[in-house]
Design a protein around this ligand. Structure first.
Ligand SMILES: Cc1cc2nc3c(=O)[nH]c(=O)nc-3n(C[C@H](O)[C@H](O)[C@H](O)COP(=O)(O)OP(=O)(O)OC[C@H]3O[C@@H](n4cnc5c(N)ncnc54)[C@H](O)[C@@H]3O)c2cc1C
Length: 508
């Protein structure tokens, strides 16, 4: 099942196992079962600490990973290869007794969860957002006997996916009810279960010298640069990494030929944690006001004060804002082709948007689905010529230019799309099962209202030092009017804003 390279790496990881684990295998005579048994046997042949026994679990094919004499509740239904292979390796190590790389506070929160929680997560093996959810839920299962988690590969359990109308991964169910979908950190899952910090936990915070809002590349870089000046630095982080977490392959982060979004996001977090920065995770800012100090109010009502603030709240997918988009989100309307593409195998999907991201999505999807229809508002596609050439070479793609999307139709899930030909004004309807919206990004700055000057499209206007029109308020990255939106540019502008803020502090 495993090639020589992977086996070599795996052998090193399995060396780290501390105690014995028992894998209980529920297999039938189907092909997936045979492959799964081959994988488990291969694992067992590589470590004397792995024991295997046949069992009847609630799904076949599946296997659970347990301590000897104690079920942990960690189950993989299907074969956790692809992006989930790391989840399998981590589960083996953690069940064997190896300490997880999670802070003590989070471990305590997990251990203190009361009540019975049975999680099921539906994933696809090509989804780069899924492993974090699977690994978080596995960890909760391993640390708390009241929690169980089954990862279900949608590709191996197609009937179940169809019957539950799952059209986006990861989709998580708790005790049989829908719990959430999309990427979630362990802190976010815990917050959803009711353990988010409230305003009182922030009441005693002294004012900061620099308070950074947003933990993407720009914010992380700003926090590191500020902390290195030895000044009191805080960072409000809804989620480390920002858009980087939605990115699979990154080939233009200079000095690294290739990396992947989640890996880079984890490095950002680790780097910030290396400094004396007060990190406030799972928090969103909702108001900024300049008084004697600058005040930032969080959504939980807490008010933080700082001499200087760096805004680095980035950007999010732009919605197409037509009837049906919000209604059928995760029911056929999707934004992440890498994640959700496999769920549309053999189906007809539309991609709205003919820029680079839209055409990349269409090319990617054409390899999986039956047919892709691209809808572009302008008379020409805006994507790079090389991408257009590749697109037009594909036989299962139709490109509609100069068309306006009018409605995404459906009953309980998407069944079509209506668009208007802008030349003739004729409205047409195509029957299809999925719509991927790829029409660019919108800055996360609505919450600022009139507090700082923004341009027509909501970007914060900054000068060459990252300063806004409000003394002491700086901004960096994709939320600003910088013409190019890239990781390396955001990091550079985060550094600029932190140095600009430091200059401001020593002069005021
Ligand atoms: C699919 C995709 C692929 C990409 N590929 C590449 C690539 O290959 N190479 C490259 O260089 N660039 C790439 N980019 C662009 C790159 O990811 C961005 O330019 C970069 O992440 C911007 O960094 P940022 O810190 O300014 O903002 P973001 O990454 O958007 O981070 C902003 C952070 O602020 C948080 N936030 C938002 N609002 C609030 C609030 N009110 N309070 C607190 N926090 C808040 C967000 O949750 C987020 O964590 C890609 C982008 C996407 C979407």
């Amino acid at each position: 099942m495993l090639d020589a390279d992977i086996k070599g790496q795996l052998a090193q990881y399995l060396e780290l196992m501390e105690g014995n684990v028992l894998i209980k295998v529920s297999a039938g005579s189907d092909d997936v079962s045979k492959d799964m048994v081959a994988l488990v046997d291969e694992l067992a042949s590589m470590s004397p600490k792995i024991k295997v026994e046949r069992a009847e679990l609630s799904r076949t094919p599946s296997f659970s990973i347990n301590r000897i004499g104690e079920d942990t509740g960690v189950t993989f239904a299907g074969i956790p290869l692809g992006h989930e292979f790391t989840s399998l390796v981590l589960a083996l190590l953690q069940v064997s007794g190896r300490a997880p790389k999670v802070d003590e506070q989070t471990i305590e929160k997990i251990k203190n969860i009361k009540g019975q929680y049975s999680f099921e997560s539906y994933i696809s093996l090509t989804c780069h957002n899924c492993p974090e959810v699977v690994q978080s839920l596995n960890l909760m299962s391993i640390l708390n006997p009241n929690v169980t988690h089954t990862m279900i590969d949608g590709g191996a359990f197609k009937d179940e996916v169809e019957s539950k109308d799952i059209m986006a991964v990861p989709s998580v169910f708790l005790n049989g009810e829908f719990f959430g979908s999309g990427r979630m950190t362990v802190e976010e899952i815990l917050a959803k279960l009711g353990s988010a910090p409230d305003a009182s936990e922030f009441a005693d915070k002294e004012p900061y010298d620099v308070l950074v809002v947003g933990g993407g590349p720009a914010g992380s870089s700003a926090a590191i640069y500020a902390a290195r000046k030895g000044i009191r630095t805080g960072i409000i982080v809804e989620r480390f990494g920002g858009q980087v977490m939605d990115t699979l392959g990154i080939e233009n982060f200079i000095s690294m030929k290739y990396t992947e979004g989640p890996k880079l996001a984890a490095s950002l977090e680790e780097h910030v944690k290396n400094y004396n920065v007060d990190i406030m995770t799972l928090q969103r800012a909702k108001r900024l006001e300049k008084k004697e100090l600058i005040e930032v109010e969080l959504e939980n009502g807490a008010i933080l004060k700082s001499k200087a603030v760096i805004l680095s709240t980035g950007a999010r997918w732009r919605n197409v804002n037509v009837p049906g988009e919000a209604e059928f989100k995760n029911k056929g309307v999707a934004y992440c082709p890498h994640c959700d593409g496999p769920l549309f195998k053999g189906k007809h999907v539309a991609v709205i948007g003919g820029g680079n991201s839209g055409i990349e999505a269409a090319i990617d999807l054409a390899g999986i689905v039956d047919h892709v229809t691209v809808l572009e508002f302008m008379p020409e596609l805006k994507a790079d010529a090389v991408l257009q050439e590749r697109l037009y070479s594909l036989s299962n793609v139709t490109v509609l230019k100069n068309v306006q999307t009018k409605e995404i139709t459906g009953t309980d899930k998407v069944n079509g799309i209506s668009y208007m030909d802008r030349d003739t004004e004729e409205v047409k309807h195509i029957e299809l099962q999925g719509v991927f919206v790829q029409i660019g990004l919108v800055p996360n700055t609505d919450w600022l209202g009139e507090a700082v000057e923004r341009n027509r499209i909501g970007e914060i206007i900054v000068d060459s030092r990252g300063a806004t029109n409000v003394p002491g308020v700086f901004a960096a990255g994709d939320c600003t009017n910088t013409p190019y939106k890239q990781i390396i540019i955001s990091m550079g502008s985060g550094a600029t804003a932190a140095l600009g803020a430091f200059d401001y502090l020593i002069r005021s």
